[in-house]
Ligand binder design. Structure first.
Ligand SMILES: *[C@@H]1O[C@H](CO)[C@@H](O)[C@H](O)[C@H]1NC(C)=O
Ligand SMILES: *[C@@H]1O[C@H](CO)[C@@H](O)[C@H](O)[C@H]1NC(C)=O
Ligand SMILES: *[C@@H]1O[C@H](CO)[C@@H](O)[C@H](O)[C@H]1NC(C)=O
Ligand SMILES: *[C@@H]1O[C@H](CO)[C@@H](O)[C@H](O)[C@H]1NC(C)=O
Ligand SMILES: *[C@@H]1O[C@H](CO)[C@@H](O)[C@H](O)[C@H]1NC(C)=O
Ligand SMILES: *[C@@H]1O[C@H](CO)[C@@H](O)[C@H](O)[C@H]1NC(C)=O
Ligand SMILES: *[C@@H]1O[C@H](CO)[C@@H](O)[C@H](O)[C@H]1NC(C)=O
Length: 511
């Protein structure tokens, strides 16, 4: 008897204490705060952290796939008889390696400086077609660039150059292998230009000199000072702002480079990503919840707000490669800014097939039809850790074709935004990293729910106490029947059945 009342008392007190502690801890959010602070401390770019290692040398494979547009009716289009008819070729798939180099901490570890060196290795097994064999007919980009540069130089200059171009057989369209288009070929017009301007590069290729090159120095916030700053770009090539766009707003370098975000993302957040390829920050918003390899994620996408940015503005990498070709540092971005205001520039970046763009661009060309699923860009991030688990970046490079005074070649052009190629840069988290993240998320869940576990334990103990109390009072009149209750009390420990046993107990007692 004494033992029983002691048990009763103990379970009651301990149960109540646990329940109160559980509720108290739950309400105060202490454990949640603890684990959140732990994560905020952990997710920083500091020597030795797991995040830092995978930031320096990203383990998941990045694939970049090129799809070219082959023009099948160049004569008709040039004569102004038909819309350009394009067929898609590819993909030509490359694996991209992007380790960070010359990583140096600055400002007492609050910032870190690094170069990202990108290299590309062709993967024939993941490609359709052969780089060296497949021929593609597309806009003669060097010729268009030359004409674009001579715009406004007067009729006589233009006519002279036009005749010269005719004499060496330059046409508005050219046919080359895919490999030449990407990695470079010796262009006859550029070779001629070299005799006038010796520093001209005779070669033209969309990805020329990109293998093994870097995008310049980035300085990132490590997140040590404020977790919200994790991975945010502080400077690019030593500058906090760009100077190529017209407004201060467009020139701002906002957000991270897309390789990582601060932990505890919310659905309301506007995520900024700076893309050196575009010399431009773009922003994305929450679209929906998804799951990748068992990891919950938020999908962020550029939305309609980005439409104008993407369709009308000019990519500086491609522009700067032309600029290198002609070495005209003085008027660096001049034509770009001039033509932007009249809604046109030689190189225009859009989403593939003018996805999200105005319908008129797609309608002007045969063989272009945007499909959301195939042509969207998105970033899936685990909201707790801010880690990208899947990303799909898609962009299309176009040339703006319009009539240029003095150039006969262009007499039938009508301001078409002419697609050259689109690319798909994709990455999915590797299995080893996925397993590690799952484990981490489980720990976070367990720790932040610890108060609930305490509370539940308290409730169980209180129930045990109540049962003991009931037993105690029912026991009192006939203490000798103790043994007949043994099986019942064993059952009473089973939580799910406690009501049933209690009811079942009453008639037994009465009989
Ligand atoms: C591209 O189009 C041309 C005709 O303009 C054709 O001869 C060539 O085979 C096409 N290339 C591919 C890879 O389909
Ligand atoms: C050029 O564009 C104008 C209007 O934008 C249109 O009326 C005309 O038919 C076009 N010409 C050709 C050859 O496509
Ligand atoms: C990176 O460091 C190496 C030597 O440590 C140096 O040769 C190289 O120039 C550096 N690269 C840049 C871009 O600073
Ligand atoms: C890029 O460079 C690497 C070596 O640094 C080489 O293995 C690879 O084939 C190159 N890729 C292309 C497309 O030339
Ligand atoms: C951009 O910002 C600078 C100072 O930060 C200011 O002097 C300049 O007037 C601004 N330009 C525009 C176009 O707002
Ligand atoms: C950068 O962020 C500022 C304020 O958050 C915004 O006004 C500006 O438009 C952004 N610029 C770009 C290029 O996204
Ligand atoms: C990239 O996008 C293209 C077309 O949108 C699609 O066919 C291809 O499967 C995508 N690649 C990956 C790895 O998802």
């Amino acid at each position: 008897m004494r033992k029983g009342s002691c048990c009763m008392f103990m379970s009651g007190v301990v149960g109540a204490v646990l329940l109160i502690m559980g509720i108290g801890l739950f309400v105060s959010g202490l454990f949640q705060t603890l684990i959140h602070n732990k994560l905020k401390g952990e997710i920083t770019l500091t020597e030795g952290s797991k995040i830092f290692a995978s930031w320096k040398n990203p383990p998941p494979p990045v694939y970049i796939q090129f799809f070219f547009f082959n023009l099948t009716n160049p004569e008709e289009f040039l004569k102004g008889e038909a819309k350009p008819r394009l067929t898609e070729m590819g993909p030509y798939t490359f694996r991209q390696y992007r380790p960070k180099r010359n990583v140096t901490f600055v400002d007492n570890g609050k910032k870190v400086s690094a170069y990202t060196v990108k290299s590309f290795v062709f993967l024939p097994e993941k490609s359709v077609g052969d780089l060296k064999v497949d021929m593609v007919t597309t806009v003669n980009i060097p010729a268009v660039a030359v004409m674009n540069r001579l715009k406004g130089m007067g009729f006589w200059v233009s006519s002279g150059v036009s005749m010269y171009m005719g004499s060496i057989g330059t046409t508005l369209f050219m046919t080359h292998t895919v490999e030449e288009m990407l990695w470079g070929f010796k262009d006859p017009l550029l070779t001629r230009l070299k005799t006038i301007k010796p520093d001209t590069d005779e070669y033209f290729g969309i990805m020329r000199n990109k293998n093994g090159s870097d995008d310049g120095e980035f300085v990132y916030h490590t997140g040590k000072q404020n977790y919200l700053d994790f991975g945010r770009i502080y400077t690019w090539k030593g500058e906090k702002m760009l100077s190529i766009w017209k407004t201060n707003q467009s020139n701002m370098i906002n957000g991270s480079d897309g390789s990582g975000f601060h932990p505890f993302l919310s659905k309301e957040e506007r995520l900024n990503v700076f893309t050196p390829d575009l010399c431009r920050s773009i922003h994305m918003r929450f679209e929906k919840e998804v799951e990748v390899k068992g990891i919950p994620a938020y999908r962020f996408t550029p939305n309609e707000e980005c439409r104008e940015v993407f369709v009308l503005e000019v990519a500086c990498t491609f522009y700067s490669s032309m600029e290198e070709a002609f070495m005209t540092k003085v008027v660096k971005y001049q034509p770009l800014l001039n033509t932007l205001s009249e809604m046109g520039a030689p190189v225009v970046v859009s989403f593939p097939h003018f996805h999200l763009g105005a319908e008129k661009y797609a309608k002007a060309i045969d063989g272009i039809s945007p499909v959301h699923k195939l042509h969207q860009t998105f970033l899936d991030l685990n909201p707790t850790l801010g880690v990208p688990v899947r990303a799909m970046k898609r962009a299309q490079i176009n040339i703006h074709l319009e009539r240029v005074t003095g150039f006969l070649l262009t007499r039938n052009l009508n301001g078409t935004i002419f697609p050259i190629l689109f690319l798909n840069e994709s990455v999915v988290i590797d299995d080893a990293s996925a397993a590690r993240i799952q484990k981490l998320l489980l720990i976070v869940t367990l720790v932040s729910h610890f108060p609930l576990v305490l509370g539940a334990l308290g409730i169980i103990l209180l129930l045990v106490c109540i049962i003991l109390v009931i037993r105690f009072y029912q026991n009192k009149p006939s203490a000798k029947k103790d043994t007949s209750y043994a099986p019942v009390s064993a059952k009473a420990d089973d939580q799910d059945e406690k009501n049933g046993t209690y009811i079942g107990m009453t008639p037994v007692d009465k009989s």
